[in-house]
Design a protein around this ligand. Structure first.
Ligand SMILES: Nc1ncnc2c1ncn2[C@@H]1O[C@H](COP(=O)(O)OP(=O)(O)OP(=O)(O)O)[C@@H](O)[C@H]1O
Ligand SMILES: [Mg+2]
Length: 235
C-alpha cells in the first residue's frame, strides 16, 4: 500500500560562511513515519530538522510538502521555550488558544498520559529540568500536528518521565502523527523503533530501519560516528 508523502527533500544543501553544513541531502517522509536524525555533535541534525520544519531555507535543493491541516507542524526545540512566570495550566491554556485547539478532550488525555496533573498549578520556574521537558513536549503537540519534530526532547529526563513521554509519542504515532526526532539516547531509539537517517559532517550516509543498525553503511564516516555505533545495543 502506498502511503501519503508528507515531506520530500531533494538535494538539500545549506551553506554558512562559505562552509557547507549540509550537502546534497535527499529523503522522503511518509505519513505515519517515525524517523530519527542520528549522528555525532555538529553533524547537521538540528540544521536539517529546521529546514524540514520550514524554519530555515536551504541554500540549494528543494523541500516539498503535502500538508492537510492549517497548522500542520509541531516543533519542540533543543532549548526549553516556556514562559517562566506562568503556571503549567496557564501555559497549556495559552498555547491552546494560540493554536486554536478546541478539542478539550485531546488536551485532557494529554495531561493525563504525560502525568502533568500534579504539576498543573506550579509555575515553570518552580519545575525541575525533566518536568520542563514534559511541558515543552505538551505545548509542542497541543494542536495535534500532522508532523512533530523533536530536537533532543529527552535531555536530562529520568526514566519514569521518559516512559510517560515515549508512551505518549508511540500513541500519537499509532494514531497517524508523523514523528521526526533527534536524540543521543539508544534507549529512546529502541523504544520508538524509528527509521534512522545517519548524518555525519553534513552528509547523509545511510537510511536504515532501527533493527538493521548493525548493517548500516558507516564505512566512510568519522571516528565519532563509528564510536556511536560501537556500543552494546542489547540494553
Ligand atoms: N549559525 C551558524 N553559523 C555557522 N555555523 C553554524 C551555525 N549553526 C550551526 N553551525 C555549524 O553547523 C554544524 C551543524 O550544526 P547542528 O547544530 O545542525 O549540529 P547537530 O548535529 O544538531 O549537533 P548537536 O548534536 O551538537 O546538537 C556545526 O558544525 C555547527 O558548528
Ligand atoms: Mg542539534
Amino acid at each position: 500500500m502506498r502511503r501519503d508523502i508528507v515531506i520530500t527533500l531533494e538535494g538539500i544543501s545549506y551553506k554558512k560562511k562559505r562552509q557547507y553544513l549540509l550537502n546534497q541531502i535527499d529523503g522522503r517522509i511518509n505519513k505515519g513515519d517515525c524517523i530519527t536524525l542520528f549522528g555525532p555533535n555538529g553533524a547537521g541534525k538540528s540544521t536539517l530538522m529546521k529546514i524540514m520544519a520550514g524554519l530555515n531555507k536551504p541554500s540549494r535543493g528543494k523541500r516539498s510538502v503535502q500538508f492537510h491541516k492549517k497548522n500542520p507542524i509541531g516543533y519542540v526545540p533543543q532549548q526549553i521555550a516556556l514562559f517562566d512566570g506562568l503556571t503549567v495550566k496557564d501555559q497549556i491554556k495559552y498555547y491552546q488558544k494560540l493554536t486554536k485547539q478546541t478539542s478539550t478532550d485531546f488536551v485532557e488525555v494529554m495531561i493525563k498520559e504525560l502525568g502533568l496533573k500534579d504539576i498543573l498549578n506550579k509555575r515553570i520556574n518552580q519545575l525541575s529540568g525533566g518536568m520542563k521537558r514534559k511541558v515543552n513536549l505538551a505545548v509542542g503537540v497541543i494542536h495535534q500536528p500532522e508532523i512533530l519534530f523533536l530536537d533532543e526532547a529527552f535531555v536530562g529526563v529520568d526514566l519514569a518521565t521518559k516512559y510517560d513521554m515515549l508512551k505518549w509519542l508511540n500513541h500519537l504515532n499509532a494514531q497517524g502523527t508523523t514523528i521526526v526526532f533527534i536524540t543521543h539516547d539508544w534507549y529512546v531509539i529502541n523504544q520508538l523503533k524509528p527509521s534512522m537517517w545517519i548524518l555525519d559532517q553534513g552528509e547523509m550516509l545511510d537510511q536504515v530501519n532501527w533493527n538493521a543498525v548493525p548493517y548500516a553503511n558507516i564505512k566512510s564516516g568519522s571516528n565519532a560516528l563509528k564510536k556511536m555505533f560501537d556500543v552494546d545495543l542489547s540494553r
